[in-house]
Design a protein around this ligand. Structure first.
Ligand code: IPD
Ligand code: CA
Ligand code: CA
Length: 292
């Protein structure tokens, strides 16, 4: 099992690195930014081209794989091996020239993630994990950090536009409490990098409401393999275990941290969003897709 997982990690690492060169060609260059679901959901030709390159490389290594990618959807038959691909996680940063984005690739065997790579090419940071451990540029990492709010850095992807539908008063109030109580609260604009920062012990907790499997499949695994904790949330309840990356909301923390005040946001926020149904709630459509 570990041999297979190591081999698959090698494929994820090599593919993420090689495909990132496609994205880098467009970084800090004049770009046409298009939007998908609403004005907050951006995409560029580099997202699409990077994913195409990833698909070519993965299929060359593992023909017949199923690939679930943000831009190209799900292709290939249901089988043992499934790859979750986000060609550029942090597109709104990438599109404007902010160096906080990455390529994210995870592979699942019979539904269970067994290897992953998250690559940030600007600083050459390769976060990766196999069934045995998690690494940064080949060196083992541990998710160790602060466990008390007053010393902790929280990366909160909240409030996002889609979080603001419905009666958000109690969730926003709980968030305001976090801003006061935590040493620092940040939003990096890339869930995969945020979780990887916790895995490396550079931040202590991270949360997001309204996420897709390709955003978190790789980094949630890296965090767990680094000794941290990843919990999915659904309809107000935590979901632990091998299917956690399929949930739409998450909390990631360093080893041994509880942070019940953050968990409260996840419980309340996920209950609020999930009771209203999938995408109607998940995103407040403030504009239709197009170019700008
Ligand atoms: C987004 C980022 C962001 C998260 C959004 C995602 P994208 O992915 O991960 O941090 O808050 O929910 O959609 O669109 O840049 O690939
Ligand atoms: Ca993403
Ligand atoms: Ca993306």
């Amino acid at each position: 099992m570990l041999t297979d997982s190591k081999r698959l990690m090698g494929i994820a690492v090599d593919t993420a690195r090689e495909a990132s060169a496609v994205a880098m060609q467009g970084f800090r260059k004049p770009l046409k930014i298009s939007t998908k679901r609403d004005l907050h959901d951006m995409v560029t030709a580099y997202d699409v081209a990077t994913e195409e390159r990833i698909r070519e490389l993965l299929l060359a290594h593992e023909p017949g794989s199923r690939i679930i990618g943000e831009e190209g959807g799900a292709t290939g038959d249901e089988g043992k091996l499934a790859w979750y691909v986000d060609p550029i996680d942090g597109t709104s940063n990438f599109a404007r020239g902010i160096a906080m984005w990455c390529v994210s690739i995870a592979v699942a065997l019979d539904g269970r993630i067994v290897a992953a790579a998250v690559y940030e090419p600007v600083s050459d940071l390769m976060f990766h994990a196999d069934a045995g451990a998690a690494f940064l540029n080949g060196q083992p990492i541990r998710a160790e950090g602060a466990t008390r709010p007053e010393e902790a850095t929280l990366i909160a992807h909240y409030p996002m536009p889609w979080d603001l539908a419905g009666d958000t008063g109690p969730v926003l109030a709980a968030y305001e409490d976090l801003v006061r109580r935590y040493a620092a609260v940040r939003n990096l604009g890339s869930s995969a990098l945020s979780l990887s920062h916790v895995a490396a012990g550079w931040a202590d907790a991270t949360l997001c409401l309204g996420i897709k499997p390709w955003d978190v499949a790789a980094a949630s695994f890296i965090l767990k393999q680094a000794g941290g904790r990843y919990r999915g949330f659904h309809a107000g309840e935590p979901v632990d275990g091998p299917q956690d990356y399929l949930q739409k909301h998450y909390l990631g923390t360093v080893e041994g941290a509880q942070f019940p005040e953050i968990e409260r946001i996840l419980r309340r926020g996920s209950a609020l969003l999930d009771q209203k149904g999938d995408d109607a709630v998940a995103r407040t459509a403030t504009a239709s897709g197009g170019e700008r």
